[in-house]
Structures are given as C-alpha cells and as structure tokens.
Design a protein around this ligand. Structure first.
Ligand SMILES: Nc1nc2c(c(=O)[nH]1)N[C@H]1C(S)=C(S)[C@@H](COP(=O)(O)O)O[C@H]1N2
Ligand SMILES: [Mo]
Length: 523
C-alpha cells in the first residue's frame, strides 16, 4: 500500500469528530447546556446582521438552524482533515488548528447567559481527545511511511509480510475503534442529555406550596470581609457523590417506599409528599471527608417533610435502631433511627434555598438530618427507607471502612487572613466559621503562637443546627506568627487539639495558619 494524503486527512477527521463527540458527551452529562457546537451556532446567529438572518430563514424555512449546524460541521470537518495533513510535517501545526477551534468554542460558550467554569470543561475534554486520537492515528501512518521508504527487510524470507502491512493494519484497527467509540459516546450523550434536560424543565416549572424563600436571620454576620458567607448559594454548595451520571428523575415517576420493621409499609408519591405539612430550617451539611480547615461544608435553607411523621405513619417496631436508605442510583447509607425520630428537623427535603432541589443535590427528594455527616444521612435521590438494625446491614461507605453512626464533630476554621496573608500588627482582624451541628457553638477562641486563648466575637444563629461566623481582633509584634482557632460547644466541651485523619469518622485538630503582622505605615 502506498501512503497517500487521504489517510492523513482521514486521521484528522476521525480524531476531530471523536473530540466533538467527547465534548458533546461531557456537556450533556455534566451541564444542562447544549453542545459547544450549538453555542458557536448561536454566536454566529447573534453576530450575523439581522436582514441576512431573515433572508436565510425565508429561504430555508425553519431548517435554518439545522442548516447552520451542518455548515459549521462541514467547515470544522474540512479543518480537521487539514489538521490531519499538517500532522505529516509537524506535531504542533495540527495542535494549533485544534487550539484555535477550542478558543472559538470556548468564547462562544463563555458568552452564553450565566455560563460558569464548568461550561468550559467540555471544550477541554474535547481538545484532549483530539490530541490523543490524532497521535494514536498518525503514529502508525508515520511508521508506515518509514517502512515503505526502507523497503522490505532483505534478510527476511521472500513470503514474509512487508512491514508496511503491519502499520497499515494498526492504523485501520485504531481508526475503527475510535469511530466505534465516538458513535457510542455520542449516542449515550444524546440519551442522557435528553433525560437531564427534560427533568431540568420539569424542575423549573415546579411550584411548591408551603416552601418559602430564605430570609437571612438577624445578626448572623460578623461583618468581616473574606469570611465565608453564612448562607451558601446552591451554586456554591459543595457536591459529593459516587454518581458519574447523575440520576434524572421526573417528580411524577418518583416514589418512596418505607418498609422493614414497620407495622404497615408506606409508599408515597411526590404529589402525596408535597401535599403534606412543610417543615423548613437553616441546616449546615458537611462531609466526613472534610479535612481540618477544609471547605466541604455549606449552609442552606431546606424545606421538606418531617421524617419522624412518616415513620410514625408506618409504625416503627421495637428493636429497630437504623434506617437503611437507598438512592435511585443504588447508593446506600445507614442512619441512626433516633436521629430521624427525635425532635430534630430531620426531613425529606424537596427544596434548597426556596427552590426545588438542584438535580445534583438530589432532585426531586433527598434526606437532610441535622447533626450527622452526609455519608450516613443525606441520601440524595432517595427512593427507599428500610427500618432495620445496624447489626443486620451494611452500607456504601461503612463497607469501605467508615464509621457506622457518623455524628458531626465540632470544628472551626480560619478564613481570614488566608494562610501566609498579611494583617496589621495592631488591631488586625481575623475570622472564620465554626460548627457543631445540633449541639451548637457557644464560643470561639483564637491563640497566636501558642499563647493564651482569646475569645472571639460570634455571630447569632437561628438554631443549633447551623455554623456560626466568628471574628477577633488581635495585636501582635510585626513579623511572622501562627494563628490557631478552637470552638466550645453549648455543653461547654472544648474542641480537641488531638489530630485525627478524616478516616474513619471525621477529622479533628485545630485549624492553624501563618500570617505576617505588618507595622502600620502612614499614608
Ligand atoms: N445518592 C447519593 N447520596 C449521597 C451521596 C452519594 O454518593 N450518593 N453522598 C453523600 C455524601 S458523602 C455527602 S457529604 C452528601 C453531600 O451532599 P451534597 O452533594 O448535596 O453537598 O451527600 C450524601 N448523599
Ligand atoms: Mo460526604
């Protein structure tokens, strides 16, 4: 076989469309936006003079959008093929072609309304896929040309295959695998994307009677710039789960089954759930994997239905001490029964910050239990609750060595200044947050260079289930120092300085930073 320009163009085309499929897949799975190609089409439409667009619509009818997409695909296809041919001479020339296309896509995506950092991810994944696939394909082509130039091995038997046959086969196999994967990835992206967009639409149109807007309680803020906002917007709320493809559940398809050690099994539809009395509250949720000083924690206004009432409806039988919750995606957690039946506000949450739960945070229904880490309680996309005994069950994280009950440990964090930051030597302000959900914080103290603990001011809280903001004024000699923080809960227990890792049941130890105290300068 001779090597002709066709195979280099084909390599460029195959790699190019593999990259587009990868970016489409990521956009469909992780965002509710259209693909980057569609974003480019939108941008082109926006930049095209109005009369021209009108004429195009008149000529093409309502196929104008498909026509534009097709044009963009044809043009990018030609550029892909060209990039493939460029790869014959240099590795960087095709990379530049792909990079330019990536920048065009990235610009189009960033100009969309309300776009964020996550919307760039599809482009990055697409770009990486291009480079990897192109090198997988051009590598055998390059070896093929070398083999042709060198001719058959003079030592080899006359009937031995020409080395060029081997490189040709490698090229064809790799191209076949990439084309097949591209088809699969594109198809899966399409299916997942449809489901996600459909549920997002249902979510947007939902009206939840009894769910109120969050009102920031009085006095929660200590008024120091840089301290984490007391109320966490849903978009900034940390996200932890094992789901690669997030469950997308239409509210009309959702059901919860409460069974196990109960007098009567209860099955609730979404409508039956939201028709019940709504309970609401500020609750701080955090992850057991949050290291000392970490930010896997957020505080939101949750609305839902009290789990205690539902369990009463089912009639819990004596001897039970756990509820095994199961998510639509099969994830499980074992929750202490007591935390679901005592007077705390354990709820099946339907809304976060006054809006239906975001899909990533468990839409349409998730569990929230004040005072417990998320991994034993905060089941997202919850569909099943089995009343049982800890002795009889195991759950996703407890199977992997994490603690059984998961009560939140008291902790405090320094937000201001950041580690290594500057503050004035005299009257320097420091601050952060502290939490001990369902017990509450009574005081926060700071110490400089291991010296005496000094009381900080703390913000007010509406209940014992949220974190508090704290701030303190410290005076220190100019130069480098260490600052430590500790909290004291409402039972008078002082936060331990004993350092413990997050595994198996939550980190302990004092958060500490270094800072530079600066002498005041005039002017
Ligand atoms: N279905 C499901 N629910 C889950 C998890 C999960 O992996 N799958 N992770 C849990 C963990 S470990 C935490 S800390 C919280 C995080 O909730 P968030 O993502 O809404 O912040 O969800 C919990 N609920
Ligand atoms: Mo977690």
């Amino acid at each position: 076989m001779r090597s002709f320009r066709g195979s280099w163009s084909a390599a460029g085309l195959v790699a190019g469309f593999a990259g587009l499929a990868a970016s489409y897949f990521v956009a469909m799975v992780l965002t509710t936006r259209d693909s980057p190609v569609a974003a480019v089409a939108e941008l082109v439409t926006r930049l095209t003079p109005g009369p021209l667009v009108e004429r195009a619509i008149r000529i093409l009818g309502h196929h104008d959008k498909q026509f534009l997409l097709l044009m963009i695909l044809v043009i990018t296809g030609l550029l892909f093929a060209w990039a493939g041919r460029l790869a014959r001479r240099s590795w960087w020339a095709p990379a530049i072609v792909f990079a330019v296309l990536g920048v065009v896509g990235g610009t189009a995506v960033s100009l969309q309304r309300g776009s964020g950092a996550i919307d760039i991810l599809p482009i990055a994944v697409g770009f990486a896929t291009w480079l990897v696939c192109l090198s997988l394909l051009t590598d055998p082509l390059r070896r093929h040309e070398r083999a042709l130039a060198e001719g058959p091995d003079p030592e080899a038997a006359p009937e031995a295959p020409h080395p060029a046959d081997h490189t040709r086969r490698t090229f064809l196999i790799r191209a076949g695998i990439i084309v097949a994967s591209t088809t699969v990835v594109g198809t899966v992206g399409r299916v997942v994307g449809r489901g996600r967009r459909h549920v997002e639409e249902a979510r947007r149109l939902l009206r939840l009677p009894g769910v109120t807007e969050p009102q920031l309680p009085d006095g929660v803020r200590v008024g120091l710039d840089g301290v984490t906002p007391w109320a966490t917007p849903a978009g900034d709320f940390y996200r932890i789960d094992t789901a690669f493809v997030v469950p997308t559940i239409e509210p009309s398809d959702w059901q919860l089954r409460i069974h196990g050690m109960v007098d009567r099994e209860v099955v609730l539809t979404y409508q039956q759930l939201i028709d019940r009395q709504v309970t609401e509250g500020w609750i701080t949720l955090n992850c057991v994997s949050n290291p000392v000083g970490g930010d896997l924690i957020g505080n939101a206004w949750w609305s839902g239905v009290r789990i205690a009432d539902l369990l009463e409806l089912a009639g819990v039988q004596p001897g039970a001490d756990a509820v095994l919750q199961t998510s639509d995606d099969g994830w499980t957690c074992g929750t202490p029964l007591e935390a679901l039946t005592d007077d705390r506000n354990a709820m099946l949450a339907i809304a976060m910050n006054g809006r239906p739960l975001p899909i990533d945070h468990g839409f349409p229904v998730r569990t929230i239990v004040p005072g417990l880490y998320g991994y034993v309680s905060a089941c997202k996309w919850v569909v099943e609750m089995k009343v049982t005994r800890f002795a009889d069950i195991s759950a996703y994280w407890t199977d992997r060595g994490w603690g059984e009950r998961g009560p939140v440990k008291m902790a405090s964090r320094i937000d201001v200044p950041e580690d290594g930051g500057d503050i004035p030597a005299s009257g320097g302000r420091v601050g952060g947050v502290a939490w001990s959900q369902h017990t509450g914080i009574s005081a926060v103290e700071v110490a400089v260079d291991g010296g005496a603990w000094q009381r900080a001011e703390i913000g007010g809280v509406p209940n014992v289930d949220t974190w508090v903001q704290w701030a303190a004024t410290i005076d220190s000699e100019p130069g480098h120092h260490r600052l430590a923080v500790r909290a004291i809960d409402r039972n008078g227990v002082v936060q331990t300085s004993t350092v413990q890792d997050v595994l198996p049941d939550g980190a302990t130890g004092h958060d500490m930073i270094s800072f530079n105290a600066q002498e005041a300068t005039d002017g």
